[in-house]
Design a protein around this ligand. Structure first.
Ligand code: COA
Length: 185
């Protein structure tokens, strides 16, 4: 396994224009990790590249977030994972030894994927289990446990997370810029 230390971002599969991996972030298997334009990976993030990590444009992965489990992680444009959240792309199952230090053939493991579609927001200290898909614009409230897929633009909280409401679909970028500019005048 290869590791990115400090600013050794040359080993990443891709680092987009204006994107930044802060010096104390640690990325295992950087050769399978792509980071899009203007995205930020904060200090103290831990990412295991596993079966592949694809981070889109304008994505923020905040301090103390972990992406672990050896599966695949996809974070589409404008998605955000707030500090301390854990993305589990794989996990040990109860019918084998659950210590990952056990002999490999005595473990029962599932490896899958976690996908955050465009404009998804994951609050602080959440846990996402393998094989969940957060659909466009959905929000996971702080300290929540996500075991199932979310609906587009839905708001989910709790352990396990349940839908408590929705948010308004964001308009296309240009329209949104005009709207936000209007609000500040
Ligand atoms: C989920 C969230 C977006 C909801 O915001 P909101 O729609 O304004 O919701 P409200 O504050 O009106 O709360 C609605 C209900 O959900 C509950 N609730 C809100 N957030 C919750 C959470 N994280 N966990 C459990 N319940 C929560 C409230 O207690 C309230 O319950 P009630 O109707 O029984 O009184 C917000 O509370 C949240 O968790 N944001 C993420 C914050 C964060 O982690 N930021 C990272 C740093 S940038």
């Amino acid at each position: 396994m290869m590791t990115v230390e400090l600013t050794d971002v040359k080993k990443l599969r891709r680092l987009g224009d204006g994107a930044k991996v802060f010096p104390m972030a640690k990325i295992v298997s950087p050769e399978v990790v792509e980071i899009g334009d203007h995205s930020f990976i904060d200090d103290f993030v831990f990412i295991n590249g596993g079966q592949g990590v694809v981070i889109g444009n304008h994505v923020h992965i905040a301090s103390f977030v972990s992406v672990i489990g050896g599966g695949k992680f996809i974070a589409q444009d404008y998605s955000d994972v707030a500090c301390g959240s854990r993305i589990l792309t794989g996990t040990n199952l109860k019918d084998g030894h659950m210590s990952t230090s056990s002999p490999r053939d005595l473990q029962s493991v599932t490896v899958g994927s976690v996908t955050l579609e465009q404009d998804v927001f994951v609050g602080s200290n959440c846990v996402l289990h393998p094989n969940v898909r957060m659909r466009e614009g959905s929000v996971l409230g702080s300290n929540s446990l996500l075991l199932e897929d979310t609906e587009p633009w839905g708001i989910y909280v709790g352990s396990p997370a349940k839908r408590i409401g929705g948010r308004q679909r964001l308009p296309p970028d240009e329209e949104l810029r005009r709207k936000l500019a209007g609000q500040t005048q």
